[in-house]
Design a protein around this ligand. Structure first.
Ligand code: PTJ
Length: 254
């Protein structure tokens, strides 16, 4: 791990970056995952590197959707495993979700490393390795089409953090409710998902765990009301305007 002084003005962002690099060295993160993180970092910078009230509202809606789900699945790729393994396991426990490893740059060794990491963090069962249970998501060409029969294939709600656009579209067409973390409100994933949490997944996953735990005592009527009150188009619009507002403020202080 590189030596990062705690008082460095960008220390938090640099620590997150180190997690990804360690994840790459440990065979968890794909090389392309480092580039994907860089793209996310740029948007995080423009959003002020904090969980905005807009993101908090999306997190509330995502919590309601996860708590109302009958068969929810958290889809895990290399990046989210390296950033939030502990939170994935906590979240799965609170909302009774299954955990499935599903990679864009598919690689059996990396899959097994991710499963090991999740189990080290307390996961009892992780789907995605059993060849006998493999099924295909229709209308999807990437390796991500191969999913577990008892996991993503039969899920009603799927959380797909740090995702590529194709699968979100295919999952939605296949009738799944899709929740994502994507720092880029303009990406295809962000624009396609039912609920887009525009926040750094590292921060947002912790918030989601807290929010799910808080709302877990609420009844169906309350949760459904929260969900009905959420509009993803408006959510994305507000995030884009937040970036515009931040840029305007900076422009007037150059
Ligand atoms: O581990 P694999 O093989 O499944 O590969 C995972 C990656 C991330 C490489 C793959 O899914 C990919 O190429 O994704 P994309 O198409 O680059 O999309 C990633 C999206 O997530 C982009 O819109 C980024 O801005 C966003 N993003 C990156 N890091 C974060 C993020 N969003 C939230 N939190 C982050 N930390």
């Amino acid at each position: 791990m590189a030596l990062i002084p705690k008082n460095h003005p960008r220390a938090k962002s640099l620590f997150i970056r180190e997690k990804l690099i360690d994840g790459f060295d440990d065979g968890i993160v794909a090389k392309e995952g480092l580039l994907a993180h860089g793209r996310g970092e740029a948007f995080d910078y423009l959003l002020g590197e904090k969980t905005t009230h807009i993101a908090k509202n999306a997190i509330k809606a995502a919590s309601a959707a996860l708590l109302l789900a009958k068969n929810s699945v958290i889809s895990v790729n290399g990046n989210i495993a390296a950033l939030s393994a502990k939170e994935i396991v906590k979240l799965a426990r609170i909302v009774h979700a299954k955990i499935e490893v599903n990679l864009f740059y598919t690689n059996d060794i990396r899959k097994r490393n991710i499963v090991k990491l999740l189990k080290k963090n307390g996961a009892k069962e992780v789907l995605g390795l059993d060849l006998k249970l493999q099924k295909r998501i229709p209308k999807l060409d990437s390796a991500r089409r191969v999913v577990d029969k008892d996991g993503i294939f039969s899920a009603d709600v799927v959380l797909v953090p740090i995702e590529d656009g194709d699968r979100t579209i295919a999952l939605k067409k296949f009738g799944k409710k899709v929740i994502t973390f994507d720092l880029n409100p303009l990406s295809r994933t962000a624009q396609t998902a039912h609920i887009t949490i525009v926040d750094n997944a590292t921060r947002g996953m912790s918030e989601l765990v807290v929010c799910c735990s808080r709302l877990s005592s609420k009844n169906e009527t309350v949760l459904k009301k929260i969900l009905r009150g959420f509009d993803n188009k408006n959510n994305l619009r507000m995030n884009i305007l937040e970036i515009k507002k931040n840029l305007s403020r900076r422009a007037s202080h150059v």
